[in-house]
Design a binder for this molecule. Structure first.
Ligand code: PLP
Length: 293
């Protein structure tokens, strides 16, 4: 364990009391999770990863909204917003000496057969993403095998919830590596661009930034929302609309954006090189890094 790792356990109230949950400091180098916790045995829970700039959690309220939304989609107890906000802010403050850090919040259904959820928040320093943010990333398009209306037809598939079941996302990333690429853009079985395994797709066509709608069963990205707000300040237009593979291949520029890596420009799609917009990428990452809320 390094000195830059911090952990807070979210302890549920004793059953039958009117007390609230509470936070306790814990040693991240020690085991805390039961082998019977459904986080470990079934991936049954939700999480958020929040970037921290010089001690300030970024897009914290949007992350707390999404944490609650994911919990609702999984029929988990509503997270105590105040408590989780405090947990993130406390860990962020401990990482204030670092320009870039992150905090992960996790809420699981708890130990099989019990009713109390398990929760914790963990924070540490971010790795460097200099190469990804400047040289760019090679992506492959992978069929997710789900239609673009999956969120409506089959809500039990939890498309668009940030669940702990990321094994599929990790498998897709390994497939990208097998194909000599860095990352993935998922495509619906009916041919619409979706998202990366841990990021949102943004493309630029002229003076318009475009991204696919959440209604396609993708995670609503907090980074994309902040970026689109900044884009308006920069005099750009934005559009949330269905995109097809040709839209990323032919775009003037394209990025995968996310909380910790921020904006990674896409420099090739399925081995076909595409232009990187270095000035706009630098502006995006400068803005995303400098956020203090
Ligand atoms: N889509 C998926 C599947 C993700 O896992 C993530 C983040 O981890 C994103 C999109 C980007 O979301 P955010 O910008 O809030 O980090």
């Amino acid at each position: 364990m390094s000195a830059d790792e911090h952990l807070l356990l979210v302890i549920p109230p004793p059953p039958g009391t009117s007390e609230g949950a509470r936070l306790i400091d814990a040693d991240p180098g020690q085991p805390h999770l039961s082998v019977l916790d459904v986080a470990a045995t079934r991936g049954d829970g939700v999480f958020e990863t929040i970037s921290v700039g010089a001690g300030h959690p970024q897009a914290l309220e949007a992350h707390l909204d999404r944490f609650a939304r994911s919990a609702r989609m999984l029929d988990l107890p509503t997270p105590d917003r105040e408590l989780w906000r405090t947990a993130v802010q406390t860990l962020a403050a401990r990482l204030a000496d670092h320009e870039e850090a992150w905090v992960k919040t996790v809420l699981t259904r708890g130990i099989e057969g019990h009713v109390e959820p398990t929760g914790w928040a963990y924070g540490t320093v971010s790795p460097t993403f200099h190469r990804e943010r400047t040289e760019g990333i090679d992506v492959v398009l992978l069929d997710r095998g789900l239609r673009s209306d999956v969120a409506t037809t089959s809500p039990w598939l939890l498309a668009g919830a940030k669940t702990l079941s990321y094994a599929v996302n990790r498998a897709a990333a390994r497939e990208a590596q097998r194909r000599g690429a860095d990352d993935v853009v998922f495509v619906s079985s009916d041919g619409l661009l979706l998202e990366g395994p841990t990021s949102t797709l943004v493309v630029r066509a002229g003076d318009t930034l475009r991204t696919p709608p959440d209604a396609l069963g993708i995670l609503p990205g907090t980074t994309q929302v902040d970026l689109f707000a900044a884009a308006h300040q920069w005099g750009l237009r934005t559009a949330v609309e269905p995109l097809r593979p040709a839209d990323v291949v032919d775009a003037d520029a394209a990025w995968l954006v996310s909380s910790v890596r921020h904006a990674a420009p896409i420099r090739s799609v399925d081995g076909v090189p595409r232009a990187v917009d270095a000035p706009m990428t630098a502006a995006m990452n400068g803005f995303l890094r400098a956020r203090r809320t």
